[in-house]
Design a protein around this ligand. Structure first.
Ligand code: ZN
Length: 432
């Protein structure tokens, strides 16, 4: 199973389900184990999304009966992932339902984002609790993979050391602005970092020396995962995340699961055709979506030279109402909207979330994006889709890197005990 596969919330299976279809001998045992693992994951996912819920709410949202919930919570408590306390006086008539909460430190993740203009590192716990977050700006395309992993390790050390002693580090998640193979965290191409064929997960595992697994994936895919779990509508089943960096990245959640393709390369919508009469793209083709709606197109139309920090200039000029800048944003917004219209027709999402530079300039972009999208969208899927700015802003992909690792615990909470690296002492020991 892919590490980011999300157990489908609606598919919890009651404890009586196996009784309807008797299975011979050991098969029956295996099926019961699978049902139990699935249900444990479903309960933990609900708690991970909400942080805490009453037992009675858990019963409602999972569709499981009370004794099954009690049983599953017993196991999650024994593993140390959740804790219960008496319910408050305001939880309705009768005996208050106990409150169940996740224990964030018991499943901690080191999240890393390798972006075009910055690198970011955060420690994040179960329930999405951010313990610490550092982002540092970097000049564009100036750093080799070796220098980058060294810089990441320097930022990460103090963050890991500041976790409480009882923490359990379950893994490292990495968001990369490039085409990244999920199975081994191998970056085929990250043009804006100037990287080609970089085994970034292996390099980070070696440099960090934490003994925890390192998982890497594309930043837009992880932005989509974060918006799905932690965005404006947590758990929303059909979502398209459109990230504007130098290029355009798209991440897709379909029926509650990431749509990744065979190796994790799906969503390269920035290199789909939008304008046959358009300009040459750095991928070698002509008229790609990002040649009309990416950062370069925006800067060119606004008459601002390329480089780090230039977007701030565009935002400032737009805020003062400068005509050329506003016209440039409107033109880029129209192309952006046309591409979004294509995606709406293809995927019928409930939510289209705009991240990166589109999040930053959303106020100015919104009218022309909506106009462009309306121009392309078929009526039925168009009416269903809401186009909005990212709820997580600049940290969406970083949070998605944490969620990538959390997916493993949610997929198999009982197997989690063997996966983590216990405690600070061990983490330090490993880093030497
Ligand atoms: Zn292209």
């Amino acid at each position: 199973m892919d590490s980011a596969e999300i157990p489908t919330k609606s598919e919890t299976v009651g404890s009586g389900a196996t009784r309807d279809r008797p299975l011979p001998g050991s098969r029956r045992g295996v099926a019961a184990d699978e049902v139990r693992r699935h249900n444990l994951g479903a309960v933990l996912e609900r708690l991970h999304l909400a942080g805490s819920l009453s037992r009675s709410d858990l019963t409602k949202v999972t569709g499981l009966n009370r004794s099954t919930i009690a049983d599953l919570l017993g196991e999650l408590t024994a593993i140390g992932l959740v804790e219960e306390r008496p319910g408050g006086p305001n939880s309705g008539p009768g005996r208050p339902s106990p409150m169940v909460s996740v224990r964030p430190h018991r499943a901690s993740v080191l999240a890393i984002e390798l972006a075009v203009d910055s690198i970011a590192v955060a420690t994040v716990g179960l329930g999405g609790r951010v313990f610490n977050l550092v982002r540092v700006a970097r000049p564009r395309g100036r750093f080799s993979p070796e220098e980058t992993v060294h810089d990441v390790a320097k930022l990460a050390g103090p963050l890991i050391d500041s976790l409480p002693a009882e923490h359990m580090l379950i893994g490292v998640g990495v968001a990369v602005v490039g085409i990244t193979r999920r199975s081994d965290g191998f970056v085929h191409l990250a043009p804006n970092l100037g990287w080609r064929n970089v085994p970034i997960a292996t390099m980070l595992a070696s440099e960090l020396g934490l003994g925890a697994p390192v998982l890497a994936a594309n930043e837009a895919d992880l932005g989509a995962l974060a918006e799905h779990r932690r965005g404006a509508q947590p758990g929303i089943a059909n979502l398209v995340y459109v990230s504007g960096e130098v290029g355009i990245g798209v991440g897709l959640i379909v029926d509650g699961k990431p749509l990744l393709g065979s190796a994790g390369y799906a969503g390269e919508a920035g290199h789909t055709l939008i304008n046959p009469e358009g300009s040459a793209c750095r991928c070698g083709a002509v008229g790609c979506w990002e040649t009309e709606a990416g950062e370069w197109a925006l800067l060119r139309r606004a008459g601002v030279s390329e480089g780090a920090g230039r977007l701030s200039e565009v935002a400032e000029r737009a805020a003062t109402g400068e005509e050329r800048t506003l016209a440039a944003i409107a033109e880029v917004g129209r192309w952006l909207g046309l591409g979004i219209g294509n995606l709406v027709n293809l995927f019928n999402p409930d939510l289209v979330v705009l991240g990166g530079l589109y999040h930053r300039l959303f106020t100015f972009l919104e009218p022309s994006v909506l106009e462009g999208a309306r121009h392309r969208m078929l009526a039925a899927p168009g009416e269903m889709a809401t186009i909005t700015a990212s709820a997580l802003g600049p940290d969406a992909s970083l949070m998605g890197a944490a969620e990538l690792v959390m997916s493993r615990v949610i997929a198999d909470p009982a197997g989690f005990d063997d996966q983590g690296v216990r405690g600070r002492a061990r983490a330090r020991e490993g880093s030497r």
